[in-house]
Design a protein around this ligand. Structure first.
Ligand code: ADP
Length: 256
């Protein structure tokens, strides 16, 4: 699915590109209510109610469209697997004040967290359906929280994980906190990682990439919904690096 993100020409921009999109491509003739939604970590979130249904809109006042572009590409990739429910991204663009926005399908969340076994099964379906011919990585770099996530393609998982995941985070920790102990220990781990993966067949598969409890919900029918991804193609078990704060229940199991 194409993401329309062509409106970067600030000179040609209206004062309210979100409203303009909703009242044109969004097929609404009237915005009846705009209400703020809490719960996000990085951006401002609003629900736009219109006579053509509701839209979910996130804005960021300082970061340009590249962050939301990465989110939209990730949502699209997951949406196209037709497995687990994710909001359909509709539009990304720049704000005249210098920030950016993303408009997506509004999902009415259910009251319960939904079934853990269905969540596990649907995630496995997404991992199986989302295959990559380019190896491990993603077409764009994106962000995990507000930290850049490097997705340069690599044909080997260990190489990708060593350089762009562990190695990158270790460098950030060293540069920001000035402590090289953890960096050096991490480098030792990187050098010795090979044997841990001996005889393991690793196929690149589409990962949500930031699967903590704040990004897992369920819709009105109780079907699982996942949000706010940091997608890339990786080893399926890397999805569970966040499981310490995902709150998976005892019925959550993932089968390959
Ligand atoms: P941030 O990028 O700031 O972390 P999130 O993507 O987590 O923001 O969204 C903030 C909150 O908005 C979420 O906790 C969730 O409750 C709600 N939300 C996210 N996506 C949707 C959506 N498509 N429809 C309705 N509500 C949503």
């Amino acid at each position: 699915m194409a993401i329309m993100s062509d409106v970067y020409n600030v000179a040609a921009m209206s004062n309210d590109p979100i409203r303009d999109w909703i009242l044109s491509e969004g097929k609404a003739t009237e915005i009846t209510r705009i209400s703020s939604i809490g719960g996000g970590c990085i951006n401002l979130a609003n629900r736009y109610d219109t006579d053509a249904g509701s839209f979910f809109v996130k804005t960021n006042r300082s970061i340009g469209p590249s962050m939301f572009e990465g989110e939209a590409l990730g949502l699209s990739a997951m949406y196209e697997t037709r497995s687990i429910r994710v909001p359909r991204p509709l539009k990304v663009g720049a704000l005249p004040t210098g920030g950016s926005y993303i408009i997506m399908e509004f999902i009415e969340f259910g009251v319960s967290r939904g079934s853990q076994s269905v969540l596990g099964r649907k995630l496995a379906e997404m991992h199986k359906a989302g295959k990559s011919e380019k190896g491990f990585g993603f077409d764009v770099d994106n962000t995990i929280g507000s930290t850049p996530q490097i997705n340069t393609w690599a044909s080997d998982w260990i190489e990708f994980y060593a350089e762009h995941r562990l190695g990158y985070q270790l460098k950030l920790a060293r540069d920001q906190y000035g402590d090289s102990t953890i960096y050096e220990r991490g480098q030792r781990l990187i050098k010795n990682m090979g044997p841990l993966f001996e005889n393991v067949v690793i196929e690149p598969c589409l990962l949500h990439g930031d699967l903590w409890s704040g990004n897992i919900s369920s819709d009105k029918n109780g079907d699982p919904v996942i949000l706010d991804p940091a997608c890339y193609y990786g080893h399926n078990e890397a999805e569970f690096g966040m499981s310490w704060c995902a709150g998976f229940g005892g019925h959550f199991t993932i089968l390959r």
